[in-house]
Write a protein that binds this ligand. Structure first.
Ligand code: ADP
Ligand code: ZN
Ligand code: ZN
Length: 682
């Protein structure tokens, strides 16, 4: 009799089994009065010493065990991000699989696997002869570097740095081709579900004889299970998906590609707050396969690690030119300070910017106007008594949505009809302050009579298929001016756009979050990248930035499309301030209806940490409220922990976190707490 361990919410649990079970085997086990899905984590122990152990209820023999590398990845992620191994493992399995705790599903699983057999046996409908363009010199060099990496026992991660349209995807495709030819699997990560169809189509078209599966939250539960099984059984050659797919079981992994590696959506923002980009790098290291990180505006962490020198840890490959010689748009800054105000307000568009839009209309070309704020106006205001449309549950304003006549809180969702008069003084004349995309759309319609204007933001893309239909309209040329939030800047290949306008993006320059400038630069580069992808039109493609700070260094670097210069100046600032990548951070968050409770808990947590041996050289900052301190009636506080090295931080967390679990009972009213390792925003 053996006693394999079951990895549960708090750690591994022991069970009896009458045969040796390999680590990674899926089982059904009793826990309390229920039966749950479990994964055999460690190998079998010797004869059990504890005869109260309960036996494993069922072993799912229809599936091969999860590979040791997969278990090691989950083990690492759980340790690094401070979550229970079992909790993390089960949360990254397809939800349908978790239903295996019910009896009878073993047969169902066996049936599903049989169905996949049929799927996999289907002959490819088209011969494998897609068009492959001859590579440019820089692409060729990148591919050679990749080929060299393939022969290394431990390939260095590769950063493929190139603007939109420089041919990065073509390099991914060529690298994929080689790995597929060697009979191995390729994992391609994309930041957003909206970006999967485009890339999926390109991979599918290039590799018609290979099987590609997608993994993202848009799939039905059964599709998710099927695709997961395809990956796990080694029948999918290419897995393309969002951050969760970094945990796809791939017995034969040969390459990981992380497209738009800088994108914040790679970081999970709840539960196990993992970075899929960072885990991809770890996984590649673990499985000794190459990883390609692609971006026009790499994260400063990645950029710094790829700086040539003795500290260099990633290889940097550059694609400096756009394919076909298309130029990057000419970036022009308009100083909003020079415009006279009318009735205390600056005009929406500077005259020159308006003229540029009119010019595109006259030529039948498309424009994109980018404003990173949705809704009609961020707040309603009563000039008589000073009332503002605050959210009663959050420390935030409720946004005015004109079309639906509502005031909606973007933090807790609390929505009410717009009041006809000021709720405080009865004044009938309450007015919107500021501008969101909805108002901008209305103003553009007035300024550009006859123009076909479409808006793309989280509000207009909410319904099923709405995003797709809007994008299709843009592609079909049925839209002259596309207005939207950052959603419009991502990945979509709009060939006919020759003008991009960014309206007043200055607020990020002065945000408290140290990553705000990095993010703004990436957004603007990406927005600019939408223009001029068509070589013929690129000669007159432009990007206008309306700003109050035209001399800011960020805009100067933007004008010359010089990411290197921007990164250098930012890294200098980060070094001087001791911020990442020159330090390592964790954020301890606490939430409670009573802020005093959260504060007291954080203070005690801090004292606990300070007394630990691992605290030497680690800075524990005092608790502070985040920028939005109250959401849905719950007050939040956070405490920053800063260490000189990753190891130092991890050592402290390893001792500290278990101690924190015991602390809670003494703080009645603490709603919850969480640790965020390598937080994106502080
Ligand atoms: P990125 O991923 O950097 O945006 P892509 O790989 O999508 O760039 O390339 C931009 C466009 O140029 C695509 O339409 C692609 O098919 C094409 N392309 C890429 N490399 C070449 C090449 N070597 N020769 C001709 N066309 C190419
Ligand atoms: Zn009032
Ligand atoms: Zn709210």
């Amino acid at each position: 009799m053996e006693a394999p361990q079951y990895s549960g919410l708090t750690g591994a649990l022991d069970y009896l089994s009458d045969r040796v079970l390999a680590p990674g085997t899926l089982v059904r086990v009793p826990l309390g009065k229920r039966e749950l899905l479990g994964i055999v984590w460690h190998g079998a122990a010797a004869a059990p010493t504890d005869y109260t152990l309960r036996p494993v209820a069922e072993v799912f023999d229809a599936l091969p065990p999860l590979a040791p590398d997969w278990l090691a990845l989950v083990d690492f992620a759980a340790g690094y991000y401070q979550r229970g191994v079992g909790e993390l493992a089960l949360s990254v399995l397809p939800p349908e699989l978790r239903k295996l705790d019910a009896a009878g599903l073993s047969q169902r699983l066996a049936r599903l696997v049989k169905q996949l057999d049929k799927l996999a046996a289907a002959p490819a409908p088209v011969p494998d002869a897609p068009v492959r363009p001859a590579l440019g010199a820089e692409q060729q060099a990148a591919l050679l570097a990749f080929e060299a990496a393939l022969t290394q026992p431990r390939p260095m991660p590769m950063l493929l740095h190139g603007v939109t349209g420089s041919g990065k995807t073509e390099v991914y495709l060529r690298a994929t081709e080689q790995v597929l030819a060697a009979g191995r699997q390729v994992l391609v990560l994309v930041p957003e579900i909206n970006l999967t169809p485009q890339l999926e189509a390109r991979f599918a078209e290039r590799f018609p004889k290979h099987r590609l599966v997608a993994m993202h939250s848009g799939l039905t539960p059964v599709q998710r299970l099927q695709h997961w099984l395809m990956a796990h059984l080694g029948r999918a050659d290419i897995v393309l998906g969002t951050r969760l797919s970094v945990f796809a079981p791939l017995p034969n992994l040969g390459l990981i590609v992380v497209d738009e590696e800088h994108d914040p959506s790679y970081k999970q923002q709840e539960g196990a707050r993992y970075s899929a980009r960072d885990l991809a790098i770890y996984r590649a290291h673990l499985e000794r396969v190459p990883v390609i990180l692609g971006s026009a505006t790499p994260s400063l962490e990645t950029w710094q690690r790829s700086e040539p020198g003795p500290q260099q840890r990633y290889q940097r490959l550059t694609l400096a030119e756009r394919v076909g010689g298309g130029a990057l748009p000419r970036v022009r800054l308009f100083d909003m300070g020079v415009l006279p105000k009318v009735a205390g307000q600056s005009p929406v568009l500077a005259p020159m910017v308006l003229a540029s839009l009119q010019d595109r209309l006259a030529r039948g070309e498309q424009s994109l106007v980018f404003l990173n704020r949705r809704g009609y106006a961020p707040v309603l205001f009563c000039a008589d008594c000073g009332w503002k449309s605050g959210c009663p549950h959050c420390s935030a304003w409720r946004v005015f949505h004109k079309g639906e006549r509502t005031l909606r809180c973007h933090h807790c969702g609390f929505t009410e009809r717009v009041p006809r008069a000021c709720p405080d003084c009865g004044n009938l004349d309450i007015a919107p302050m500021g501008r969101g995309t909805e108002k901008l759309e209305e103003q553009l319609a007035e300024l550009l009579p006859g123009a076909r204007i479409a808006r793309l933001d989280a509000d207009t893309a909410r319904g099923k298929g709405q995003l797709e239909s809007r994008l299709a309209a843009v592609h079909a040329g049925d839209v002259d001016v596309l207005v939207g939030t950052q959603m419009v800047t991502k990945g979509h290949d709009f060939r006919r756009i020759t003008l991009v306008v960014a309206l007043n993006p200055d607020s990020a320059l002065f945000a408290s979050d140290f990553r705000a400038p990095e993010r703004l630069f990436a957004l603007l580069m990406q927005a600019g990248g939408r223009a001029g992808r068509d070589a013929e039109a690129s000669a007159r493609s432009e990007m206008w930035v309306q700003t109050w700070h035209p001399r800011h260094a960020l805009y100067t670097a933007l004008k010359t499309h010089d990411f290197g210069a921007f990164a250098l100046s930012q890294l200098e600032e980060r070094r001087a301030a001791g911020l990442p990548p020159y330090s390592h951070l964790a954020l301890l968050r606490a939430e409670s209806r009573d802020p005093a409770v959260a504060l007291a808990w954080l203070r005690e947590a801090s004292e606990l940490a300070a007394a630990l041996p691992g605290a030497a050289g680690v800075t524990l900052y005092p608790p502070v409220p985040p920028s939005v301190s109250k959401v849905a009636g719950i007050e939040r506080l956070q405490m920053l922990v800063e260490a000189g090295s990753r190891l130092q931080l991890q050592r402290l967390l390893a001792d500290w976190m278990p101690a924190l679990h015991g602390l809670r009972g003494r703080h009645k009213g603490l709603a919850r707490w969480a640790i965020d390792v390598d937080p994106l925003a502080i």
